[in-house]
Design a protein around this ligand. Structure first.
Ligand SMILES: C[S@@+](CC[C@H](N)C(=O)[O-])C[C@H]1O[C@@H](n2cnc3c(N)ncnc32)[C@H](O)[C@@H]1O
Length: 487
C-alpha cells in the first residue's frame, strides 16, 4: 500500500491523509476509512485526468499504428492489451506503482470452476459471464498482434505477461474497477494555469441541472461480451468506439468499496481532475463507500465477486435483485404451434427476448404483451401486424394461465427448490456457495411472489367480473330494488 500511496502522490494525485486511510477489512479487502469526522462536501482526494489509464492516455495505440490498433476491434481487447503492455514495461510505465498494487485474484464469476458455477444453476447470470467471447478475442485479436509486433511485445515476455490468464486478470480489473470518463468538452489537452477554476459536475446528481460530463460510478452495465459490436452502422460504431475509449482506470477512486444503501462519497468530474467528495458526513472510523449503481446481486457477483446480503422481509438479498425469464420459456409455456413468425415480428418491432422481474413482483408488461401476441387468432394476428402494434398487456384468463406456466417452468430450472434451500444454513457454506445460494433463492422468491400476486389478481378480477355479471343480471331481470333504494 505504501508503494501505491507514494506513487499516487508523486504522480500528481492529492489525498487528504488526515481524512482518509486505506485499511484492510477482511470481508471487502482494501477499504477507505475515515480517519477523522468528515463533513459533507469535503474533498477526500483528487486524481488529475492525466493519471487515468485508458486507451486515450496509454501510448500503445499510437505506437501500434492505426491499422494494428483497429484490428483489436472496439471492445475491451484494446484496453486490456494497453494494461498488459503497461504492466510488462515495469518501472518504465507511468502507471507502474498503480499496476503493481492491483489485485491478481478475483471472486468474480469468470474465475469460478465449473463445479462452482453449477451452484448458480437456474440463474440466467450464467449466460452473461462472457468467458468464451473474451477467450476468442484473446486468440483472434490480441495474440496475432502480440506475435506480429515483436518490436513492442518482446517474445521473451509472452509467456509471463501476455497469457490468457493475464488477459482475464486485466479484463476483470476493468470489469470491477473502471469508470466511464468522457473528455471535457472543448478542453485543450494542456490548460492555462491562470484560467478560471473549473466547476464540479456530478452526473449522478438528481438536480437535473447542467449535467454534462462523466460517469460517477464504477461501470454500470458493460461487460466484455456486451461491447461486442457485431454489425453496426457507422454512427453506431462511432458511438460504441467513443464508449470504449471512455472506459478508464482511475487510481485511488477504485479503492472504495460499495454497499447497497451506504453510499457516502462520489466521484465528481472537473475539466482537469476527478475528485472524490463526501456526500454525507462520515464519522471517524466509518468506511467511505462509493456506489456501483446497486446492481442485482447476480450482477454484483458476476462483476465484483460479492453480494449484498441484506436482511429482507423474506430472507437475505438485495432490494435490487431481479430474475429474468427468456422469451423461449414464454413460448414453451404458451404451447402454440406456429409461433416463429410472431416471435420474429416481436423482435423486429423492438421487443425483448428476456423479461425482467424485480422485487415489486409485478408481471412485466412486455411479457404479457408477448403472451397475448402468441395467443392471438390468425385473424387478430394479421390485424396486429397491419397496425404494427403488439397487443395491450391485459391479463385475461388465458394469458394468466400462460404466465403462470412460464413462472413455473422458470422455477423448475433451479435444482434446489426454495423450500429445500430454507433448510441450508448459510453460515456453514463456503463464501462462493453461500453467495450463489443468496442469488438463486432471491430469484426464486421473486418468482414465487409473482405467482402469488398473479393468483390474487386473477381472483380479484374473477370476483369483479362475477359482481359485474351479477349486477348486469340484476338489471336485465329488472331485480334491482336494493340498488335503486340506495340511490
Ligand atoms: C473497486 S474495488 C474496491 C477496492 C478493493 N476492496 C481492493 O481491495 O482493491 C471493488 C472490489 O472490492 C470488493 N468489494 C467492494 N465492495 C464490497 C463489499 N461490500 N463486500 C465485499 N467485497 C467488496 C470486491 O472484491 C470488488 O470486486
Amino acid at each position: 500500500m505504501a508503494d501505491f500511496l507514494h506513487w499516487f502522490a508523486s504522480a500528481g494525485g492529492t489525498l487528504d491523509d488526515t481524512a482518509v486511510g486505506i485499511s484492510y477489512v477482511p470481508e471487502s479487502g482494501r477499504s477507505a476509512v475515515a480517519l477523522r469526522d468528515v463533513e459533507e462536501g469535503e474533498k477526500l482526494f483528487a486524481i488529475p485526468r492525466s493519471l487515468l489509464l485508458s486507451t486515450r492516455t496509454s501510448t500503445l495505440p499510437s505506437l501500434l499504428g492505426d491499422e494494428d490498433w483497429k484490428s483489436l476491434g472496439d471492445g475491451w481487447a484494446g484496453l486490456i492489451l494497453c494494461m498488459m503492455w503497461e504492466e510488462a514495461r515495469g518501472d518504465e510505465s507511468k502507471w507502474a506503482g498503480y499496476l503493481r498494487s492491483m489485485p491478481t485474484e478475483f471472486d468474480s464469476l469468470m474465475f469460478w470452476s465449473e463445479e462452482e458455477l453449477g451452484w448458480l444453476k437456474g440463474s440466467l447470470v450464467l449466460d452473461k459471464i462472457g468467458k468464451d467471447s473474451a477467450e476468442r478475442d484473446y486468440r483472434e485479436k490480441v495474440l496475432p498482434i502480440v506475435q506480429k509486433r515483436s518490436d513492442l511485445f518482446p517474445p521473451s515476455l509472452l509467456s509471463s505477461h501476455y497469457t490468457l490468464q493475464n488477459y482475464h486478470i486485466q479484463g476483470s480489473r476493468i470489469l470491477s474497477r473502471s469508470f466511464t470518463v468522457s473528455p471535457w468538452p472543448g478542453a485543450a489537452p494542456e490548460h492555462d494555469e491562470d484560467e478560471e477554476a473549473p466547476e464540479l459536475i456530478d452526473r449522478s446528481a438528481a438536480s437535473g441541472g447542467d449535467v454534462l460530463m462523466g460517469e460517477v460510478n464504477v461501470l454500470g452495465d458493460d461487460s466484455q461480451e456486451d461491447i461486442d459490436l457485431g454489425d453496426l452502422d457507422d454512427d453506431e460504431e462511432d458511438d460504441e468506439r467513443e464508449k470504449t475509449e471512455d472506459v478508464a482506470m482511475v487510481p485511488m477512486a477504485d479503492m472504495l468499496n460499495a454497499r447497497c444503501g451506504c453510499n457516502n462519497a462520489r466521484l465528481f468530474y472537473t475539466r482537469d481532475d476527478l475528485q472524490m467528495v463526501a456526500t454525507k458526513s462520515i464519522a471517524k472510523g466509518e468506511q467511505i463507500w462509493n456506489t456501483y449503481g446497486d446492481p442485482p446481486n447476480s450482477d454484483l457477483l458476476r462483476r465484483y465477486g460479492y453480494v449484498d446480503a441484506l436482511p429482507l422481509e423474506a430472507g437475505v438479498g438485495s432490494p435490487s435483485d431481479v430474475v429474468e425469464i427468456n422469451a423461449d420459456t414464454v413460448v414453451e409455456a404458451a404451447m402454440v404451434v406456429s409461433y416463429q413468425e410472431r416471435v420474429d415480428w416481436w423482435l423486429e418491432e423492438g421487443g425483448d427476448d428476456a423479461f425482467v422481474f424485480d422485487t415489486t413482483c409485478d408481471l412485466p408488461e412486455d411479457m404479457l404483451s408477448l403472451i397475448r401476441l402468441l395467443l392471438l387468432t390468425q385473424e387478430e394476428w394479421e390485424k396486429a401486424q397491419s397496425k404494427g402494434k403488439p397487443p395491450r398487456p391485459k391479463l385475461d384468463e388465458k394469458s394468466y394461465e400462460v404466465a403462470k406456466a412460464a413462472l413455473q417452468k422458470r422455477l423448475a430450472m433451479y435444482p434446489l427448490t426454495l423450500a429445500e434451500a430454507m433448510f441450508v444454513s448459510l453460515a456453514e457454506l463456503s463464501e462462493r456457495r453461500r453467495n450463489a445460494l443468496i442469488v438463486t433463492t432471491a430469484e426464486q422468491r421473486i418468482l414465487h411472489k409473482t405467482l402469488e400476486k398473479l393468483e390474487t389478481l386473477k381472483e380479484a378480477r374473477l370476483s369483479k367480473e362475477g359482481d359485474g355479471r351479477k349486477r348486469r343480471g340484476d338489471k336485465e331481470d329488472g331485480q334491482g330494488p336494493a340498488k335503486k333504494a340506495r340511490r
